[in-house]
Design a protein around this ligand. Structure first.
Ligand SMILES: [Zn+2]
Ligand SMILES: [Zn+2]
Length: 342
């Protein structure tokens, strides 16, 4: 720069001015690059440094134009080979001292490259992102459509399920009612079974009683048969007597003088005795005793016999009334035989 001014000024003022210039330059460099703190040592690929034999010999710093002195020592930038003071060559590239100008250029270039690269990356990223966004949008649309379709399907399914649920609920309540009804019916049937069982027992008891009655009747019938046989025998005898008597009567009609010689035959007296015995037998026979082995009249089944018994006895006890008119009707039944006998 202007070397005249530097010569005119005293070293003290020069030093102050130098420091001020350094400060302002430093500030501007700082402001300009903005990378100062981060870029004290730049690491750059493919950088060619100058050979020390090509270092330029200059009296002042290429950056700040301050003259070199004993205290302000001369250095060399490894990039441009220019002389520079220590203050203006504090930074390094690949560990090689460079002047602030070269450093600034390099860092600017690097920053530019980086920026360009970064911009490129950003663009690519943006492109990718846009693509991603497009894909995402498409996917979103697809998903939305799918979701809508599924939602519709779900809605339909849900309605179907709700209807089915309602149906099942109805069926369930119906079944529950049916169950209650069935339970009631089962209860009623159980009651009926109990009633029928008791009825069965009752009928069995009655059946046993009837059987006993039948047995009693059989016994009675057997007795009556015997009685009937006796009567028949008696009737036979009486017929024989009647014949004899008729014969006798005929003889008497023919020979009236024979009357005094004839006597009543003995068998008639015997029959009269048997009749009396039979009467006693009919009135005193105890059916209860035959049937149950005692004379207790409280049993219902005995009343049946007792109702029938008097009729028979009546017939036997009144032999002289209407039946006597039907004499000698031999083809009639047993009862009529009895009537004739009495
Ligand atoms: Zn300098
Ligand atoms: Zn340089």
């Amino acid at each position: 720069m202007s070397s005249n001014k530097n010569i005119e000024q005293s070293p003290e003022t020069q030093s102050i001015r130098n420091s001020i210039r350094h400060q302002s330059l430093y500030q501007s460099v700082q402001e300009f690059s903005g990378y100062k703190e981060k870029m004290q040592d730049l690491m750059l690929p493919n950088v060619e440094f100058i050979d020390p034999s090509n270092f330029k010999k200059q009296n002042e710093c290429i950056v700040c134009s301050i003259e070199f002195t004993q205290t302000n020592r001369q250095h060399h930038c490894r990039m441009c080979g220019n002389s520079c003071c220590g203050v203006c060559s504090q930074k390094t590239i690949n560990k090689n001292r460079v002047c602030d100008i070269c450093y600034m250029k390099a860092s600017q270039i690097t920053a530019e490259k980086k920026r360009t690269k970064f911009l490129q990356t950003l663009k690519e990223s943006a492109k990718k992102l846009r693509k991603h966004i497009e894909q995402a949008e498409k996917k979103k649309q697809d998903l939305k459509e799918e979701r809508d379709a599924q939602s519709d399907k779900s809605q339909i399914d849900l309605r179907v399920i709700e209807k089915e649920t309602e149906d099942y609920r109805l069926k369930y309540s119906q079944k529950t009612q049916d169950k209650c009804q069935y339970e009631q019916e089962v209860e009623e049937i159980k009651k009926k079974i109990l009633e029928l069982n008791s009825l069965k027992e009752q009928i069995q008891q009655e059946f046993q009683e009837k059987e006993q009655e039948i047995r009693a009747y059989d016994t009675n019938l057997y007795l009556r048969d015997q009685e009937l046989n006796d009567k028949k025998t008696q009737l036979q005898r009486l017929r024989q007597q009647k014949e004899e008597l008729e014969n006798m009567s005929n003889k008497i009609e023919q020979n009236p003088e024979l009357v005094e010689e004839i006597s009543i035959p003995e068998p008639i007296q015997q029959i009269q005795k048997e009749q009396q015995q039979q009467q006693w037998y009919n009135t005193n026979i105890d059916i209860d005793e035959i049937m149950y082995g005692n004379s207790d009249n409280s049993k219902d089944s005995t009343t049946l016999i007792k109702q029938e018994l008097p009729q028979k006895q009546l017939k036997k006890q009144n032999p002289n009334t209407p039946s006597q008119t039907k004499e000698n009707n031999e083809d009639e039944n047993e009862d009529k035989y009895k009537c004739i006998i009495f």
